[in-house]
Design a protein. Structure first.
Length: 243
């Protein structure tokens, strides 16, 4: 994992999207949905969901939007039946892509996802065609923009709480856990006074793919196209974005 910062990729995408309020809300909606789906809809017991809601409110996301996504994750939204679907495929230059969907119309969504891949130089594959390239891990970010967190101290705290790896990315610490240990590590770090900047159980690429400038631009267009689809909840890929 060392040498490849998921957090830097997240920050780069965030900075590119922040000019568009709709995309800011969509990013928060995904974070809230995933947190509620993985840890339950109770803010009192789900620290990740609580942090996601607080970040959404800080960006002035309406409470109705927040509650809608929590209910969507809990399956209690308006009596509608939502189906979780995962698509796997390749983007430009052979980048592995996994797209998680939550939809009440799988035929519509399938057509939209297929069109996004085809239009942007990618192609869908069968289930399992790229998922073997990723490991499911708990992922936690502790911001260190002020440089005030001692590396030895946080390393000891993280490992004692059950984390399996920690990397120093200069302005943040990235902590990795086994999925079943994720919430325990989050709780321990929070109780120890650390502020969680980001966190989820997610897919981490085993290897990263660097592309030519042209293919990277195509890949970013594919990501943008997928993110604009309201049924898309999460996108995983192994692109190593250039600086």
């Amino acid at each position: 994992m060392a040498g490849h910062s998921k957090w830097k990729n997240i920050q780069k995408r965030k900075n590119a999207q922040d000019a568009k309020k709709g995309k800011i809300f969509m990013r928060h909606a995904k974070d809230i949905y995933i947190a509620a789906k993985q840890g339950g809809a109770d803010l009192g017991t789900n620290a990740t969901l609580r942090a996601a809601v607080e970040k959404a409110k800080a960006d002035n996301m309406p409470n109705d939007n927040i509650e809608r996504n929590i209910k969507k994750a809990a399956g209690t939204l308006d009596g509608a039946t939502y189906e979780e679907i995962t698509y796997e495929g390749y983007g430009p230059g052979g980048v592995a892509v996994i797209v998680n969907i939550l939809t009440d119309n799988k035929n519509r969504t399938a057509a939209d996802i297929r069109h996004a891949f085809k239009k942007n130089g990618g192609n869908l594959g069968e289930n399992g065609s790229v998922s073997f390239m990723f490991d499911r891990k708990g992922y936690i970010v502790i911001s260190n923009e002020k440089g005030s967190i001692d590396e030895d101290a946080i390393t000891l705290d993280a490992l004692e709480s059950g984390a399996e790896d920690i990397t120093n990315q200069e302005d943040a610490y990235e902590i990795y856990t086994e999925p079943e240990n994720y919430q325990e590590v989050v709780n321990h770090l929070t109780e120890s006074g650390y502020e969680i900047a980001d966190g989820e159980v997610t897919l981490i690429p085993q290897n990263y793919n660097q592309l030519s400038k042209e293919d990277e631009e195509k890949m970013m267009n594919l990501i943008d196209s997928l993110e604009e689809n309201e049924d898309v909840q999460d996108i995983h890929h192994n692109l190593e974005e250039s600086n």
